[in-house]
Design a binder for this molecule. Structure first.
Ligand SMILES: Cc1ncc(COP(=O)(O)O)c(C=O)c1O
Length: 399
């Protein structure tokens, strides 16, 4: 692919109000108008360059939104207070009572819980299917289906969605393809492969410092305008707005995203290969034995590698817990949910981030209790990390 997302971010030139090298932070919830008529026009959404109220939009959020739209190659983007604050308004905007969603069955537990337990309260139902089987996805589509939903790299099993093929399918049935790209910023560009809407939890790699939650919805001008509509826009009316101070700090962190993603990938690849050689069954898209290794290789923006996430099965929950506690004690990372931090994070998703998924579904998808999901950090000396991790694995009897 010739799309260069990091260049798109680099090319954005912003000046602060007094010539600062960072854009000024808009520290206001509301905005004045010199003419009353302009306020009315702004309410109707047809006055460019005027701000009304920060739940609708603010200069700082628009800067960050512009950077994320540039990164994903979409016309526009709406920044939100969390990843869930991006996912839920998107689906509520597209779907009405009586509509249906086809979703990958391997998705973040919170998204799964929303689709399974919450959306039905509004008459929106979901069928979950194996995203790696186009036949199964197609078979799940009904007359009232409106959305095809997936993650580019799934959580926590790291399955890769064939976005191009899913886009063809969604065009055939007139659906909207919504892709959560949280695990693979810069590496995969879903909109360039045909996704209609691209979502991120900014909480993870994009912000990268685990100091805030945040999210974004990237799409066409029309869709973003619809979300912000004062009369029926889900973002405007449900209100998950990001604060400007946070927004400005996320934007600054985005400027180093390309360097971080390369290092996360380099370190994860190193560990994946080493532990595979040691006999562990590692799930990592960069390994040749990963079922979608070739697909990833075909669609990724090569310079950013295969990502910072890897998983493996420690055998059972007790072993997984023992290993994670020991690794934390030896300062190899934190036993914590989330991902994309400079330090390695690990958890056993079967009982944590995916605990919302019922046991029989987990079994079907291969999500065992002993599975440990790693978000590999930016360690400078990854060989040293490997040796110490290996010692821990030997001590708990995994190696
Ligand atoms: C893939 C994915 N999407 C969405 C979310 C939700 O994001 P947030 O926690 O920022 O609301 C998460 C969070 O863990 C996630 O892993």
């Amino acid at each position: 692919m010739s799309f260069k997302p990091a260049d798109k971010i680099q090319d954005l030139q912003y000046f602060g109000e007094y010539g600062g090298v960072n854009p000024s932070i808009s520290d206001s919830s509301t905005y004045t108008f010199l003419a009353a008529k302009s306020m009315m026009d702004t309410f109707e959404g047809n006055l460019e360059g005027c701000y009304l109220y920060s739940r609708h939009s603010s200069p700082t959020n628009l800067y960050l939104g512009q950077a994320l739209a540039a990164m994903e190659g979409t016309e526009n983007a709406n920044v939100t207070a969390s990843g869930m604050g991006a996912i839920t308004p998107t689906l509520m905007q597209i779907c009405s009572n009586g509509d249906h969603i086809v979703s990958s069955r391997t998705i973040y537990g919170g998204t799964y819980a929303f689709l399974k337990n919450f959306a039905p309260k509004f008459g929106i139902t979901t069928s979950f299917a194996d995203i790696t089987s186009l036949e199964k996805i197609e078979a799940a589509i009904q007359k009232n289906t409106k959305v095809l939903y997936c993650e580019s790299v799934s959580n926590p099993l790291l399955e890769i969605a064939d976005i191009k093929a899913l886009s063809d399918l969604s065009n055939k049935y007139n659906l909207k393809l919504v892709v959560d790209n949280t695990f693979s910023p810069l590496q995969i560009s879903p909109a360039k492969l045909g996704a209609d809407v691209v979502i991120h939890s900014l909480t993870k790699f994009i912000n990268g410092s685990s100091d805030t939650v945040g999210g974004v919805i990237c799409g066409t001008n029309e869709f973003i305008d619809n979300l912000r509509n004062v009369n029926d826009g889900a973002s405007m009316l449900l209100g998950p707005v990001m604060d400007s101070l946070r927004s400005s700090s996320v934007l600054k962190n985005m400027r180093t995203l390309h360097i971080r993603m390369k290092k996360h990938s380099e370190n994860a690849m190193y560990l994946a290969k080493k532990f595979e050689n040691d006999g562990l069954k590692i799930i990592y898209p960069g390994l040749k034995n990963h079922p979608q290794h070739e697909l990833f290789t075909k669609i990724y923006n090569k310079e950013f590698g295969y990502g910072g996430m890897l998983s493996f099965d420690a055998g059972n929950l007790e072993k997984a817990d023992e290993l994670m506690e020991l690794m934390q004690e030896r300062n190899l990372g934190y036993l914590a949910v989330s991902l994309g931090f400079y330090k390695t994070l690990f958890n056993a998703p079967g009982t944590a981030t995916s605990s919302e998924i019922p046991d029989d579904e987990k079994e079907k998808m291969g999500l065992t209790d002993g599975l440990i999901r790693f978000s590999i950090g930016l360690d400078n000396d990854i060989e040293r990390t490997y040796k110490e991790m290996k010692t821990c694995m030997k001590e708990v009897g995994i190696l």
